[in-house]
Design a protein around this ligand. Structure first.
Ligand SMILES: C[S@@+](CC[C@H](N)C(=O)[O-])C[C@H]1O[C@@H](n2cnc3c(N)ncnc32)[C@H](O)[C@@H]1O
Length: 345
């Protein structure tokens, strides 16, 4: 079985990095092939694993818009013949819609949707077209002259990332990152459901929410008690129950158990927001303090501004850098997302 992932193109590397991290930590046996930016093919999935992998991907991914199961690989020229050869009763029981997604392809979207719809209708009794919320969504994904005939069996909850934006939560404070980036960072930290994730600068809880929603236990701490309380309010609002929050300076942090991963967005720039720690020193203090709170081989995914060189600090404390990505925020600020691992000594 093959799955096609249609990904966000808001960043050139993060969506694929997130997908690879999930495949790695979920121990998925498959081959990844990038067709073009925003379109990734997952191949060689056994029938036994197919639904399990599919459901895991739609539950976890932030920067992927849609996952579809490939029914047949066709071409613009052979599309009509191949559509007619498919036994559609296996895929459609009541109603359906056909939607075309193009990647650098000359396919005529409207004509292909109409033609495919009428060919399918001509082959099946007792089904009809339903354009809004169909039971079966048939996807034609065209890359150049190739057309993948696919079906969306499980939907990603795209609405979640809109509905949970920082200003829509009961406790709001400026500076929280987008839920999609928070989800991506949780995934880059290679955690699985049931693992314990820590955010020692939890603020309003944006990262903890995303970790909680994929089934992790979460712990958050913040030097500011209002933030600690606000995080709890937001976690309750999202229905997350397996959490603990603490009001503690990162330098004093001593966890009740070692954590499986740390995902965080430390404060930078303004000394008043760092609990009296001067400028970039917050990063150094953070690395030293967090090290003993992490299990061996645990991952840390963090954001930082481009002008802070984390590398010497990472080395000195006993971490190693795994991957790093830049997100341009504006002309004078690039946010760096670093994936770091605690070395097993
Ligand atoms: C950039 S915000 C985190 C935003 C968070 N990801 C969210 O979704 O709201 C940084 C947080 O670090 C906290 N903080 C600053 N200095 C700290 C320190 N020394 N120890 C622990 N927390 C600190 C601030 O109170 C602030 O809430």
């Amino acid at each position: 079985m093959e799955l096609l992932c249609i990904q966000s193109q808001e960043h050139d590397k993060l969506p694929l990095a997130e997908l690879k991290a999930v495949i790695e930590c979920e121990d998925m046996e498959l081959d990844i092939s990038k067709i073009t930016e925003g379109l990734i093919l997952l191949k060689d999935i056994s029938d036994e694993n197919s639904d399990k992998y599919y459901q895991t991907l739609v539950k976890r991914l932030g920067y992927t818009h849609e996952v579809d199961e490939v029914i047949f690989k066709s071409s613009i020229d052979d599309l009509e013949r191949d559509i007619l050869a498919i036994d559609w009763s296996r895929y459609i029981s009541k109603n359906f819609a056909v939607r075309v997604k193009r990647f650098n392809s000359p396919i005529d979207t409207v004509a292909a949707e109409r033609k495919t719809g009428s060919l399918i209708l001509s082959k099946c009794d007792n089904i009809k077209v339903k354009l809004k919320k169909p039971d079966s969504l048939i996807r034609l994904i065209a890359y150049e002259n190739t057309v993948y005939i696919a079906i969306e069996k499980f939907k990603l909850n795209k609405k979640h990332f809109e509905e949970i934006k920082p200003h829509k939560r009961p406790f709001f404070y400026p500076g929280s990152m987008s839920p999609k980036l928070a989800r991506c960072m949780v995934n880059l930290s290679r955690v699985n459901s049931g693992d314990l994730v820590l955010d020692p600068f939890c603020g309003t809880g944006g990262i903890l929410i995303e970790a909680g929603l994929i089934g992790c236990k979460v712990a958050g701490s913040d030097v500011n008690w209002k933030m600690k309380n606000g995080s709890a309010i937001n976690l309750d609002y999202c229905g997350i129950t397996d959490y603990r929050t603490f009001n503690v300076d990162v330098r004093e942090l001593k966890m009740y158990e070692k954590v499986d991963s740390v995902v965080t967005d430390p404060p930078y720039g303004i000394s008043t927001s760092t609990g009296d720690i001067e400028g970039d020193e917050i990063f150094n203090e953070f690395f030293h303090s967090i090290y003993d709170n992490m299990k061996d081989d645990a991952y840390l995914c963090m954001a930082s501004p481009h002008y802070v060189d984390l590398n010497p600090m990472i080395e000195e404390v006993g971490f190693e850098l795994v991957e790093q990505y830049g997100i341009k925020m504006h002309r004078s600020l690039t946010r760096i997302i670093s994936v770091i691992r605690k070395k097993n000594v």
